[in-house]
Design a protein around this ligand. Sequence first.
Ligand code: AFP
Length: 334
Amino acid sequence: MGQFPLTLSRFIAQEQVAHPGTSGELTGLLTQIGLVGKLIAQDLRRAGLIDILGLTGETNVQGEAVKKLDEIANETFVTAFRQSGLVCALASEEMEKPVLLPENWPQAKYMLIFDPLDGSSNTDSNMPLGTIFSVVKAERNDRMPTEDDLVCKGTEQVAAGYLLYGSSTMLVYTVGHGVHGFTLEPGIGEYLLSHEQIRIPARGKVYAANEGNYHKWPEGTKRYFDYLKVKDTATGRPYSGRYSGCLVADVHRMLLGGGIYLYPGELDKPEGKLRLLYEANPLAWVVEQAGGKASTGTMRILDMEAKQIHQRVPLFIGSANDVREAEEFVQGRR
Ligand code: AFP
């Protein structure tokens, strides 16, 4: 037998020794996220058999039709974390207001912000899905956090990552010391280290975007897209287009192979579609920790001032050179 496999909990424990600032509470929290991921993955695997596909008939705070699986994934998170005693507040894409857990405070200092099921339009066609999470710390010791305390800048995150439900289930996270990926070994129900210290290539050959929106984009964004399709051997153009409709899956592809994912602002909707706190911020931190870049087109995502939980933001994320080039076009410097 080769090297003995390293489980998620063992790896986190080792990281804690290597970086003594990392708290034990955070270790428990990441392990619990892994458990929730297993429960969601199990539901997704059987989804076509147990009548949990399709819509609930409800509309969420974003005005989007809620899928049954969105609701199930959200409930799984809330139940698992309410009972865990590990966090004092939860906020998610599927809940207009955060769930505050005064019963867990002041022992639990952490707050969890998440998109329980990213790419949920993929559910009915057995395509990849994801979960995105961001962990922030309640700074005040003298009172229970409020909704406003959850609205933090990306630089304030203490842990972030995603679960990808694809041909295999993966958990990828950072606590600020690089990015590590674990693959769920279904036979033993454990996440095993499969991608240690992921580094994103400085330039890729792939772009991911919903090009159906091309005519809604500002001039600079359109010119960047046109540029990606022009042949040029030095920069490896034309790039290949790959878009799954699941941000996690598309960013994961970029993280491993390089390239750029874009959901730009539109002329009538300059704020774009994606959400800052539970989509852009966590993925931006992961990608930066792997050596990449994440931008609104005009500024670093992690420096964006957060004003509300469901705030939207344009997103250009991936290989550093690709994102830098996109910024030049968006800002009219090219
Ligand atoms: P949901 O999380 O609401 O399903 O949205 C998916 C998503 O935020 C992201 O995962 C996709 O990249 C993007 O939206 C797809 O949006 P379009 O359907 O407009 O391309």
